[in-house]
Structure formats: C-alpha cells, structure tokens
Ligand binder design. Structure first.
Ligand code: NDP
Length: 395
C-alpha cells in the first residue's frame, strides 16, 4: 500500500487525485491533505478519506474544520494544522511515500522542497515550483536520490516516451499546445478579449490561473522551463508545436529520427494515476481514447508575435538567475489583475516584460533567495499594474 499526501487537495488536480485514489483503494492510501480556504470541501474529503493529518491555510479555517468534522460525527478527528507550517507538516509526514504537489503558485514551493529534502517521491503538478526554482529542486532531488515525477500531462507524456531510449539518444523534446481559446483570433482583436472568453479553454477544465496562462500561452512557456529542469535538456532542444486536438500530449524525437508520442484522452486522471503507480501500469477507471471520434491530428507553428508570453519565458530561461522566478511572480500578479478586470488581456505580457527588465542574472542559491526575488517581482508588477490601470482610466 502506497501512502500519499496531497498539497492542494481541494483544487482541480487535488480533486482528480482523490478520484484516482478512490479507484485504487487497495493500492493507495491518503495520510495527509493540505487545502487552502475551501473548508467545506476539505471537511468532506477528510471525512471520506480519513487522513491522519489535515492542513488548511489559516487558524480560523482550522477551527472551522474541527467544528465541521465534530458536528458530522467524525471521531477521532485528524490532526488539524494550518499555515506554512501546516502544509510543510503534511509534505513531510514520516509515513508518506508520495507527495502530490498541486497547490497553485509559488505558495507550494517551500513545502514541495521540504518534501524532497525529506526523501519523498514528489508527483509534481505545481509547475510554478519548477519555473521559480527548478535548478535548486532538481539538484536537491539528485542529492537525496529521490524522483520528481511529472503530473503535468505534457511532461508526463515525455517521461513515458523517454522510457524508450537512452538520454544521450534524445534529439529534442516536442511539447504540444492546444493553442488555447485565441488560436484563431487575429492579433488586432486580442486587446479586447474578456475574462469569460479567456476562461473558456477549448480542451481542458482547470483552475483559473492556468486557464488564463493557457490563453496567453505563458503556460507553454512555463512548460518549456519545467521540461528544461525535469529532464535536463537544454532549452534549444525543447520545441513547442500547436496541436489543436490535444490528443498527442507531447513527443520525444531520438537521434535516429524516430519520434515517440504519447496519446490519450484529455483527462488529468491518466497522468495522475501514472505518477501514483509508477513504475507499474495498472488498469485505469475506464479512461480510453475514442478512436472513432479521432478524425485528424493537426499541427501548426506558434506565432510569437501573437503570444509574446512564450517569448518572454524563453528569454527568462536564457537569462537564468532570478528571471524565471520573476517571470512567474509577475505573471501571477498580472493574471490576478486581469481576472479582477483591472488590466486588459495584452497588458499581462506588458507587466511581465517590464518586471523582467529588473531581473538579476546571478544564480539563486537557496529557496529563501527565490522567495525574496518572488516578493520583489510582485512589488514591481503591482506598480506596473497600477500605472496601466491609471492609463486605462484616462483613455
Ligand atoms: P486550483 O486553483 O484548482 O487549486 C489550487 C489548490 O491550491 C487548491 O486546493 C487551493 O486550496 C490550494 N491552495 C491555494 N493556496 C494555498 C495555500 N496558501 N496553502 C495551501 N493550499 C493552497 O489549481 P489547479 O488544481 O488547476 O492547479 C494546481 C497546480 O497544478 C498549478 O500549479 C497548475 O499549474 C498545475 N496544473 C494543473 C493542471 C490542471 O489540469 N488543473 C494541469 C497541469 C498542471 P483552496 O481551494 O482550498 O483555497
């Protein structure tokens, strides 16, 4: 029986992980759950999966969770913890074998790093961890001899395709992108796109941040950085291609010209299950590709003019140092401002570009340095957002 802790259990990935766990009840047991502010769902999950420890974001949330569980007759109560210490406790429980890192944003970084330090196998959904601190996290995982298994569908696909050859035989990694909701929108119409249009992803149902990142294609930029560190492949050998059907989740080209692709339904439960059962493959709960509905597989080049966020991600990776971390932080602030109706869609890239102008290239030596760069980038991004907001009101 594998014992798992889930960071971000109430989110889109967290809930799907629990679906997978429910279908693998004889193989996987939940021992720790960490949620943010959704106490009602955290209580329902704790009642159903009976973890030993549950963490929530705040002390008030922890009190509410205890009250809810007591009122519904759940005895004994799990150990209830909260805040940064709480999520780190869940990430490092002595009995945990696998930590599913699915809390959104850089908030999940310290706990994920602690999990690696504690020798836990990490099933990584939280791509911001790799974007902000990929080099540090992978160096630590190598030092400890623990694996970081990708849950993100593209990297999970690459992980599967890499099992077919030796690392020295790899020519390039090819990340597929659906192209998001604006693949066919002319550049001149992009400035006026609304929150609702940007949240309407054609293929995947995900949390809000990643859905907007998919619309700007920053998500694919993050994935290039994630692939760089997860697989140790230089950025020049990582390509992005638009594949609107999202049936091929990504590919690996070997030096002999052979290309291996991983195909599957657009359902995150498949990569989640792979990460939880790796190196074994076990029967899935009815997940299968509908061949009869699969009429064509199309591919297109990405327009970097239309999607400047992808260019910015490449530039940040090339610059190194604080730049990728600041890219992520500025994006998180800009996406929140766009969702709040404070700035327009194209301003997301503007905020990031202006923040990156101040990024240092000096290598990051510790998680504390990463968090300091993150904080500084947010401060700069907020200033730029406020400036753009004033401009917008004037015009
Ligand atoms: P959601 O927004 O749906 O969920 C985020 C989760 O993080 C929630 O459980 C939330 O808790 C929790 N959370 C937020 N802040 C904190 C905090 N301070 N402490 C503890 N928990 C916190 O996001 P997704 O599930 O969509 O994405 C999670 C990660 O996985 C992201 O990094 C994303 O990029 C990545 N990913 C997601 C994919 C998807 O299909 N959704 C695909 C590939 C990668 P609460 O709701 O209780 O506040």
């Amino acid at each position: 029986m594998k014992k798992i802790s889930i960071l971000g259990s109430t989110g889109s990935i967290g809930r799907q992980t629990l679906d997978v766990v429910a279908s693998l009840a004889d193989q996987v047991q939940v021992v720790g759950l960490a949620a943010g502010g959704n106490i009602e769902l955290a209580a329902a999950q704790a009642a159903k999966f009976q973890p030993r420890v549950v963490s929530v974001a705040t002390e008030a949330g922890a009190r509410e969770l205890a009250e809810r569980l007591s009122a519904s007759g759940n005895h004994p109560l799990p150990e209830i913890v909260f805040g940064t210490d709480g999520i780190e406790t869940v990430a490092t429980l002595p009995e945990t074998d696998i930590v599913v890192s699915a809390a959104v944003g850089v908030a999940g970084l310290p706990a994920t790093f602690k999990a690696v330090q504690a020798g836990k196998l990490v099933a990584l959904a939280n791509k911001e961890v790799m974007v902000a601190a990929g080099e540090l996290v992978m160096a630590e995982s190598q030092r400890r001899g623990v694996a970081v298994l990708p849950v993100d569908s593209e990297h999970n696909a690459i992980h599967q395709c890499l099992r077919a050859g030796e690392r020295g035989e790899v020519k390039r990694l090819i990340l597929t992108a659906s192209g998001g909701p604006f693949r066919k929108t002319p550049l001149k119409d992009m400035a006026g796109v609304t929150r609702e249009q940007a949240l309407a992803h054609p293929k995947w149902k995900m949390g809000q941040r990643i859905t907007i990142d998919s619309a700007t294609m920053m998500n694919k930029g993050f994935e290039v950085i994630e692939a760089r560190w997860l697989f140790g492949i230089p950025r020049e050998r990582i390509e992005v291609v638009i594949h609107p059907q999202s049936t091929i989740h990504s590919m690996v080209e070997y030096v002999d010209g052979s290309i291996l692709a991983q195909l599957g339904p657009t359902d995150m439960r498949m990569p989640i299950q792979y990460a939880l059962t790796y190196p074994l493959r076990v029967t899935s709960n009815g997940l299968a590709l509908e061949w009869a509905n699969l009429r064509k597989l199309e591919f297109e080049k990405v327009s970097r003019r239309k999607f400047p966020c992808l260019r910015l991600a490449h530039e940040a990776l090339a610059q190194g140092g604080a730049a990728p971390c600041m890219l992520n932080a500025a994006d998180e602030e800009a996406v929140a401002a766009f969702l709040a109706g404070r700035i327009g869609f194209l301003c997301v890239a503007e905020v990031i570009e202006s923040t990156l102008e101040k990024a240092s290239s000096a290598p990051m030596e510790s998680i504390e340095e990463v968090l300091a760069a993150d904080k500084e980038a947010r401060r700069l991004a907020r200033l730029e957002i406020a400036r753009l907001e004033i401009d917008r009101r004037r015009n």
